[in-house]
Design a protein around this ligand. Structure first.
Ligand SMILES: [Zn+2]
Length: 98
């Protein structure tokens, strides 16, 4: 009885392994050439909504802090050094916050 169960199991495993190998080789066949064209086409289609995103990025972009500027430790705004009212433990506070 036990051998009856074992026999079909083994063949099943072998079959699934075979089909996986078959799928792999089939995918490799598809990947050779055709998929690259599809991806290029997909990228082109994605350019329209992407244009809006890049526009948003420009608005949100944070400018790098200049050497003559500081970040207020209270309001976290980047201000010119002339706006420094006081310094505490290496932290700067602007005239608006003091
Ligand atoms: Zn401030």
């Amino acid at each position: 009885m036990a051998t009856d169960y074992d026999a079909p199991r083994k063949t099943e495993e072998e079959l699934s392994e075979d089909s996986i190998e078959e799928l792999k080789s089939r995918r490799n066949d598809k990947n050779s050439g055709k998929v690259d064209e599809d991806e290029a086409e997909a990228a082109e289609t994605f350019e329209l909504p992407g244009a809006d995103l890049s526009h948003e990025e420009l608005t949100v972009r944070v400018l790098p802090r200049q050497a003559d500027e500081f970040t207020c430790a209270s309001c976290y705004l980047v201000k010119h050094r002339s706006q420094i009212a006081t310094e505490k433990d290496g932290l700067f506070y602007c005239v608006d916050c003091v």
